[in-house]
Design a protein around this ligand. Structure first.
Ligand code: SIN
Length: 283
């Protein structure tokens, strides 16, 4: 039987749909290689009809790398590597902003695998945008200025204290997370460690300022970059069905979970793959 998978691009810059894989069974090395390279090339790939268990999701994610344990989000009972994003009236969505996952650590995730478990009747789409497209469409003088600049990323920007004061235990966990995750610096443009491609690496979720510029300069330039990075031309939007899976390269993308479905419930499971320290190599 052929092991060739089918990769159908969803746009010129980002996104592809993959068929020809059944992720409830372990992938052969050959199948995994094809999936891995499709994800590198298209930055986010989508697979329909994959009714996988949390254990299967974790095992698939482990083939991409070691996994991250989130400091705040709850996880599946027996699988601590699988975060549960269960949003409803009593736990409103908090991912309806453009962000790159976990850039508040020195070595932000290389990628993530998101599985749709329970969906609202309509709505709850997720959008991704390409940092590569955002970078490539900047003018040469601006690129020259940005190369080598560093920006600060702060856990508290997306996880502010006021949201975590509901119980003493919740607040204690938040304080511990803040202590463990002081603000970090990353290059404003990063070089992909595998493909060598450059990508804009600031995001609205965690980036607070460009530390090599004066405050007002940083405000203006960061404001422009955050807006530029999410131009519709650089985006793909996925309309979920239960059993769908998205796998993305977190080093070169941002995403936005559309929060238009209240008071309905939406449950997603995410595995987060650890990455390495971002760097910039001119070229
Ligand atoms: C996330 O921000 O990682 C989750 C996105 C989603 O729930 O669609």
């Amino acid at each position: 039987m052929s092991e060739r998978i089918t990769v159908t691009p969803l746009g010129p810059y980002i996104g592809a749909e993959i068929s020809g894989l059944d992720l409830t069974r372990p992938l052969s090395d050959n199948q995994f290689e094809q999936l891995y390279h499709a994800q590198l090339r298209h930055q986010v790939v989508f697979l329909r009809g994959q009714d996988i268990t949390p254990q299967q999701q974790r095992d698939l994610a482990r083939r991409f790398g070691d996994l991250h344990i989130h400091p705040v989000y709850p996880h599946v009972k027996e699988v601590e590597e699988i975060i549960v994003l269960d949003t409803h009236n009593d736990n409103p969505p908090d991912n309806d902003n453009w962000h790159t996952d976990v850039t508040f650590i020195d070595t932000p995730p290389a990628g993530a695998i998101l599985a749709a478990k329970q969906l609202p009747e309509v709505g709850g789409d997720t959008l991704w945008t390409s940092g590569i497209a955002a970078w490539e469409t900047l003018s040469a003088p601006l690129k020259a200025l940005l190369g080598g600049l560093r920006a600060e990323h702060d856990f508290r920007k997306s996880f502010p204290e006021w949201k975590y004061r509901n119980t003493q235990e919740e607040h204690r966990r938040w304080l511990a997370a803040v202590e463990k995750n002081p603000p970090v610096l990353h290059p404003v443009v990063r070089t992909h460690p595998v493909t060598g491609r450059q990508a804009l690496f600031v995001n609205n979720g965690f980036t607070t300022r460009i530390v090599d510029l004066a405050e007002k300069e940083s405000e203006a330039l960061l404001g422009f970059l955050l807006e530029h990075a999410v131009k519709p031309e650089f985006q793909v939007r996925w309309r979920w069905r239960e059993g769908d899976l998205a796998i993305w390269d977190n080093r070169v993308t941002q995403h936005y979970a559309n929060a238009d479905y209240m008071p309905q419930r939406r449950i997603m499971h995410r595995a987060t793959i650890l990455g390495d320290r971002p760097f910039y190599r001119a070229g």
